[in-house]
Design a protein around this ligand. Sequence first.
Ligand SMILES: [Zn+2]
Length: 348
Amino acid sequence: MQVQAFSPVTSYSYPPQNDPVPSGAGSPSNPMAGTGAPSAGRSAEHPDRSDDAYASYVRNAGAQQPLSASQLNQARRSIVQAAQKSLGRLADPHTAETITKTVLDALSRSQTFRDAVSFGLHNDAGKPLADITYRNEYALNPGSSPMVGGMQDQPASGGGGGDMQGPPASGAAVGGTQSLAAGQPQDNDTGNRSLAPLNMAAEDGAGRPYVSFSVAPNTNSPYMPLWEEGLIHEIIHQITGAGDPANASPNRLGPTEILARRIAHEMGLHIPDFRGYGAPERNAMLDQRNAGALREAAARHGSDAGNLFKRLDTISKGHDASPDFRDLGTASAANHPQEQYTRFARAA
Ligand SMILES: [Zn+2]
């Protein structure tokens, strides 16, 4: 697979085409024929990563090597540790907690997710779940902002939801001296679209995989099920190497979304059905989710919302913000139960 190095983000050549085998992977023989072989999955025979059939391939390959009890325990620990490592790149403690809870839920409730995690452990096409960290990167005026490389989903309002590869970004999501505060939603604003999350699976300059995703909505928000499913979608990109349909097909979901929806159903999440990855109604709903989550995050921080947007600005420029969230201010701290606030801060 062709990999282009952008600074500071390394881009996947994406969607992968006519190159189903990672460079350096295996022999032309078919190790999948032997169940339980340590090299299972390094097959030259698997479907293209953006074909719907790749979803079944991942499930079957993962199911051949079920996670052991100790691997499951290690995975649980690594999920908590990943969120802790990510604190300086996340908007607030609630988002860190919600990422942790969502991934732990997926691991405990979804056989499909466990199979995908196993796939990531045993196949060159995917990354170990433990290696992934998380970020809340946003773009200002996303329709015209510099794009970073990577597997990007739902890039902008009305943008069609296609994967995008752009020129090397000189900062990260936000260039120059622009501040995200300019895109801060106003009270009762139901349609602010000037600030959009970079929902994507990417690698940093050192080749370490990360998922950038929207800030978390409130716990009982109507946007929560779609947020959880969307987070899982980005994780599936990383741990399986699955792609999305080329040209943002309105009639086909693609393997990543097929797997993410299956996991969401096994988790008991209620999410609407869509015709395809690029279906207008899906894009519209993801736009609403992104905007709604951001509004709820701003409301969580009350009079400190300005600090939240300053923090998002720092994160979106590719820098670490304070891992103990002290930059959010006192109103934010008052809005979070102290024990969760300090639990994350202590571990940072
Ligand atoms: Zn995707």
